[in-house]
Ligand binder design. Structure first.
Ligand SMILES: *[C@@H]1O[C@H](CO)[C@@H](O)[C@H](O)[C@H]1NC(C)=O
Ligand SMILES: *[C@@H]1O[C@H](CO)[C@@H](O)[C@H](O)[C@H]1NC(C)=O
Length: 403
């Protein structure tokens, strides 16, 4: 490891004006611990490495050779590797904090009903929406990864623990919980992309990916879920590793305003359009459930279009990785081989060339919770959540989260 970093914000006292602003916001919006009754007593989360808060380590073991289970992962916020595939907190962590809840416990780290008093996270690094068999039948190599049906099976097992012998008795718990269904589906594309399956063929998988996400939502609603947040795909054309391996000599392959790969971002938008259409169908079928689309693409695009508003200097360069123009190489990766770590991860949009940095996750979470990147707006659904609905401006929340 070339250099270690603190990642802490630069020192120095606040100017009096800044101090007044921070105090004013703090009075309007006390920190999570002081906020009293959480508006959702529980959060349940499904997904892949963008949402995994530690399951991978429990499922595959800390000696599985996955570098994300070791430092420098986790160094910025937790100061140890927690199994999160980033240097700090993820969107689900910021959402739980905003709701006044403790960090959502990885399902595989708990045992008793009491362990899951605030919910559970089923997301696992590497997880796909569709089963590995789907890909193998199409000649696409796929390991024995976790997939959405498995995460749902674990969720049903947990319901059995929380409401023994009486799943109907779980309805009161289900209708007060917030469900984060994803991000999931990214690996259904990442794995074939990395095996150089043509994008036209990968595109043909999307309707099946959407159908799997849809049937999962339907099952959750059948079990009593009333509030579901369903994230779309990120702009994958802005991922440093893809920028490296799909590098092009043609200017028109890049978006002029971001430097991201146009064809890959168009593909993310294609997935998202199908997802949005499907969610609209589900809303008609289940009018008493709130099905909220979380526009990860739009929220993340703000970082690539105007990184400076988030204090990010290099949105397309990995903080931790093998070096090179995008901070990544094919011979080393963050945590393994000859890799480098940047001095200040807060200035980077990508942590390891594949996964966003904590700074990027924070920007996305703020855009979802207090910005305009949920549809319908999460603040209108969660009227009993004063911390989500009282202040409309995401600017104040940037200050709050910077404290
Ligand atoms: C794995 O073990 C290492 C060394 O003991 C530790 O630093 C790291 O935090 C562990 N990772 C997880 C996810 O528990
Ligand atoms: C939640 O479900 C319980 C049990 O079925 C019911 O008594 C309660 O009114 C429901 N609450 C809401 C907000 O739907």
């Amino acid at each position: 490891m070339a250099s270690s970093t603190s990642g802490r914000r630069g020192g120095g006292l606040l100017s009096p004006a800044a101090a007044v602003l921070v105090v004013a916001v703090a009075v309007l919006l006390p920190a999570a611990q002081a906020r009293g009754e959480p508006c959702y007593p529980r959060v349940f989360c499904f997904g892949d490495s963008l949402a995994d808060t530690g399951n991978y380590a429990f499922l595959y073991g800390n000696d599985s050779g996955q570098p994300a289970l070791w430092p420098p992962y986790g160094e910025t916020y937790f100061h140890r590797a927690t199994g999160r595939f980033s240097n700090g907190r993820l969107v689900v962590d910021f959402v739980a904090d905003a709701l006044g809840l403790p960090l959502v416990r990885p399902y595989w780290s708990g045992q008793s009903a009491g362990d899951f008093a605030s919910g559970a996270n089923f997301a696992v690094g590497g997880a796909t929406a569709l089963s590995p068999a789907f890909f193998r039948a199409k000649g696409v190599p796929m390991g024995d990864v976790v997939h959405l049906d498995m995460e749902m099976e674990w969720f049903r097992d947990l319901l059995g623990l929380l409401c023994p012998g009486d799943l109907a008795g779980c309805k009161g718990m289900m209708n007060q919980s917030l469900f984060l269904v994803g991000e999931i589906g990214g690996n259904d594309y990442n794995t074939p992309l990395l095996s150089r399956v043509p994008i036209t063929e990968i595109r043909s998988f999307t309707p099946s990916v959407i159908a799997k996400i849809s049937s999962t939502i339907t099952e959750l609603i059948g079990l009593g879920a009333k509030t579901l947040v369903v994230p779309g795909n990120l702009p994958i054309g802005c991922i440093p590793y893809y920028l490296m391996i799909f590098k092009s000599d043609k200017n028109e392959d890049y978006e002029p305003e971001t430097g991201c790969l146009r064809w890959m971002n168009e593909f993310s938008q294609y997935h998202n359009e199908l997802l949005i259409d499907e969610l609209e169908k589900l809303r008609k079928l289940h009018p008493d459930a709130a099905i909220i689309y979380a526009d990860y693409y739009g929220a993340a695009m703000e970082i690539f279009i105007s990184p400076e508003q988030f204090g990010i200097e290099d949105p397309l360069v990995a903080c931790c990785g093998g070096g090179g123009p995008y901070g990544v190489s094919t011979t080393a990766r963050c945590g393994s081989g000859e890799y480098k770590v940047c001095d200040d991860p807060q200035k980077y949009g990508s942590w390891d060339g594949f996964h966003p940095s904590e700074a990027a996750y924070k920007a996305i979470a703020i855009g979802l919770l207090w910005g305009s990147y949920t549809q319908p707006p999460i603040a209108t659904i969660t009227k009993s959540c004063p911390q989500l609905s009282e202040l409309g401006s995401s600017l104040e929340h940037k200050v709050l989260y910077d404290m």
